[in-house]
Design a protein around this ligand. Structure first.
Ligand code: DGY
Length: 319
């Protein structure tokens, strides 16, 4: 059996893979060039990839023996799931492994944005902490405010659970309402997207990227938000129209934004980086030692399971 890994995997996951198969592993922790991927995947039975790899119909067609694509990620918007299904290639992902870690990062970003933590840190490092100020570095309170969660899946729910500690009212918008007992456990109230945008002090995006969610937060949506609200995106960049967001932030139409993901990663829209009312992270939602190890282990286990004729733990279904 031959398996291609498009990134260097943690050593325990790689060793496990090497016990069962011949493994070719791209040596750099950066996106494998598309042409190199096309030729390296050709003789493979399994592919372990990440969210930056474009796994389109051409990649799948280039590998006639391919039985499984295991992505070390929750999101699968980079994989042509229809083309995979047509070729009977199983796709697996790692949704459970990263839930709590991504929710932690959401809160780090939320608090940093609301309380201007990064801006204040940078000011101190520039030698600007000359005296305690009564009116310097004022941010917005988070406790007791309203949190609007768009997408109440695994991560959205974990974010909602943490909001309890901050005494927040939690609104959510989802394709479909979650069961009553989940709403009760989270203390979350379903509202329309319009109501959520108009009522929330923090709007946090946790929806997958689909045709329906592309640019869900556009100029009109931003215009509905409160002027003292912040937008947090730890999901997928193209859910937000980034040019419209820059305009809204520049005009102080909204108070700030905390972003971990971007419309055209790793590029950022013109003007974003100059804005002081933003906290910008390089897509590190699930980046903890423990979680990235778990994600790699899950992807390896599922890849090997499919190749051994067993059912994987996290098959991705076509929706
Ligand atoms: C995912 O797995 O989809 C995340 O974006 C990685 O942090």
């Amino acid at each position: 059996m031959k398996i291609l890994a498009t990134r260097p995997l943690p050593s325990s996951a790689l060793e496990r893979l090497r016990r069962e198969a011949v493994v070719e592993s791209y040596p750099e922790d950066e996106t494998m060039p598309y042409e190199a991927l096309l030729s390296a995947v050709a003789p493979c039975d399994g592919l372990i990839c990440v969210l930056t790899d474009r796994i389109d119909a051409a990649v799948l067609a280039a590998a006639p023996r391919l039985k499984v694509v295991s992505t070390v990620a929750a999101g699968t918007d980079n994989i042509d799931l229809r083309a995979a299904a047509a070729r009977k290639i199983v796709v697996t992902n790692t949704p459970d492994a990263l839930t709590e870690t991504t929710a932690d990062l959401t809160w780090a970003l939320l608090l940093a944005t609301a309380r201007r933590v990064v801006e204040a840190d940078q000011a101190l490092r520039r030698g600007e902490f000359r005296a305690w100020q009564l009116m310097g570095h004022l941010g917005f309170d988070v406790h007791g405010k309203t949190l609007g969660i768009v997408g109440l899946g695994r991560i959205g729910r974990a974010v909602a659970r943490r909001a309890r500690g901050f005494g927040m009212r939690v609104l959510y918008h989802n394709r479909s309402r979650v069961p009553d007992e989940v709403e009760a456990e989270l203390g979350a109230e379903w509202v329309t997207l319009e109501t959520l945008l108009e009522s929330s002090h923090v709007v946090s995006l946790h929806t997958p990227l689909t045709k329906a969610t592309h640019h869900m937060i556009d100029e009109n949506a931003l215009a509905r938000m409160r002027s003292d609200a912040i937008l947090i995106n730890v999901g997928r960049g193209p859910v937000v129209d980034e040019a419209a967001l820059v305009t809204a932030l520049r005009g102080q139409r909204i108070a700030g934004a905390g972003l971990d993901v971007y419309e055209r990663e790793p590029e950022l829209s013109a003007g974003l980086i100059e804005l002081s009312n933003t906290v910008l992270l390089p897509h590190i939602g699930s980046a903890s030692h423990e979680t990235r190890g778990r994600m790699a282990d899950q992807a390896v286990n599922d890849c090997l399971a499919v190749l051994a004729g067993r059912a994987p733990t996290h098959p991705v279904k076509l929706s």
